[in-house]
Design a protein around this ligand. Structure first.
Ligand SMILES: [Zn+2]
Ligand SMILES: [Zn+2]
Length: 447
């Protein structure tokens, strides 16, 4: 699978193409390279890209040892190198860390930024490099999530988790020895992030079928290829072999390219990601991996799809009770993040007449909607088995969450972002009240 993945990746690098979806897809990342001896492929890449002779290498306390090796290699190749280490043990990708890095860039004036780390470092670096208009090279330290090549950064702003458009990295250089030294749970989280495809692409299709939203089959196909590749090589990935880790890393890179091409995170993010974002915002303090949370969100969404698929459309009542939270309730629940949540939640509010019309539309188009969505879906049990094989968590307890955290997520997650997901679909036909949510949680098997 690795050969197939790398050949598709290279087709998309530094490309611009017109697509039947009506958009022109532009991928600005120019190089994705596997680096076997610490730093040499990075040095080559910087040279080929002609991004000057001065680099700023960014890391956190966990990735500093790798950053030190990388900086040493760059200096050895006569590349002037400065280092910035985020010393906070609980580093968050938020405005203050982006501003801090932006200030360092302002004083060091590097020609390129090299981010040594995984999700958090990558998001901070992408955002700060975009702010400063300098090229960014990602040097992943774990195959834990698919944001390396995406043109969005997931940031916390005013307490809300937001997805900001940013410049994608100009290059991604992967040292598989570094990835191999990362904790197993991070690799498992990377698999879980990719497996979300089997529900989030269904959400993306729902938004096309019901809201007439933008959808791109070519981008969805890239996400599908990434997910299928990790399933094919799951034993190798679980065993942590070099081949397995190469497949997983390439699949994560490809999934990020799918997002960059679509100009949206939709190919790789739906309701299950809202669950994860909600826990980032309102879950108990503690370090939980993005992919691990997404895996549980995926099980909830897969189970909800199964429940909804068994509904007889003739039983859909078009008088759906309005369950949208009021601004006051949002303020009570979200505190400082409330203004940003209110802005998103308002976009999902409907008048009684519009709600009635929507429910009738879904009822009348039931079989068309399901025939579009069903080819994407995998069963909850299938996804649970894949997560288990990868060593990813399948229960709340495994990531130190309690059932009430999942209940809260089911109640609130769909309101934190205007994006249409299976939760909205269920709510719009009156199949997502408190009791439905409780039943979903019970039946999902994550409790
Ligand atoms: Zn993700
Ligand atoms: Zn397209």
């Amino acid at each position: 699978m690795i050969d197939k993945l790398t050949s598709v990746i290279s087709e998309w690098l530094a490309s611009e193409r017109e697509c039947p979806c009506g958009r022109s897809h532009r991928v600005t990342t120019k190089i994705v390279r596997f680096d076997d001896c610490r730093g040499s492929a990075l040095i080559e890449s910087l040279g080929e890209l002609g991004v000057g002779s001065k680099s700023l290498v960014v890391s956190d306390i966990n990735t500093r040892p790798v950053a030190t090796e990388v900086s040493g290699a760059l200096r050895g190749a006569s590349i002037e190198t400065a280092e910035h280490v985020f010393e906070s043990p609980a580093l968050v990708a938020d405005e203050s860390s982006v501003d801090a890095l932006s200030r360092v860039i302002g004083s060091v004036e590097p020609h390129s930024l090299v981010g040594v780390g995984s999700g958090t470092i990558n998001d901070i670096c992408k955002a700060a490099a975009t702010q400063r208009g300098i090229p960014y090279v990602s040097y992943p330290t774990a195959a834990s999530m698919n944001g390396y090549t995406s043109a969005v950064a997931s940031l916390k702003r005013g307490g809300l988790k937001v997805t900001d458009p940013v410049d994608a990295p100009i290059a991604v250089v992967v040292d598989l020895d570094v990835i191999r030294r990362s904790p197993r749970e991070m690799t498992a989280a990377g698999v879980a992030d990719l497996l979300s495809k089997f529900v989030c692409n269904a959400d993306w299709i729902l938004s096309r079928e019901i809201e007439g939203g933008y959808y791109c089959d070519a981008s969805a196909q890239l996400a599908a290829l990434a997910a299928e590749a990790v399933i094919d090589d799951l034993n190798d990935i679980g065993a942590g072999t070099k081949n397995g880790l190469a497949t997983l890393t390439a699949a994560l890179v490809l999934s990020g390219i799918a997002m960059a091409a679509a100009g949206s995170s939709s190919p790789a993010s739906g309701g299950e990601h809202l669950i994860s974002h909600y826990w980032d915002m309102r879950g108990p303090k503690g370090r939980r991996l993005h992919g691990a949370q997404v895996g549980l969100g995926t099980l909830l969404c897969a189970r909800l799809y199964e429940t909804l698929a068994s509904i007889d459309p003739r039983t859909i009542a078009c008088e759906v009770p309005d369950d949208a939270p009021s601004d006051g309730e949002i303020r009570d629940h979200f505190g400082a993040a409330a203004p940003a949540v209110i802005e998103q939640a308002r976009q999902k509010r409907r008048t009684v007449a519009a709600a009635r019309e929507r429910a009738a539309f879904i009822r009348d188009n039931w079989s068309r909607i399901w025939s579009a969505v069903e080819p994407i879906l995998k069963s909850t049990e299938h996804i649970r088995a894949l997560l288990s094989r990868a060593g990813a968590p399948t229960t709340l307890r495994a990531i130190e969450l309690a059932p009430n955290h999942a209940a809260d997520a089911l109640r609130w997650a769909r309101h934190i972002r205007a994006r249409y997901t299976v939760f909205d679909f269920a709510a719009e036909i009156g199949a997502f009240d408190e009791q439905d949510q409780r039943q979903l949680l019970d039946q999902s098997g994550i409790k």
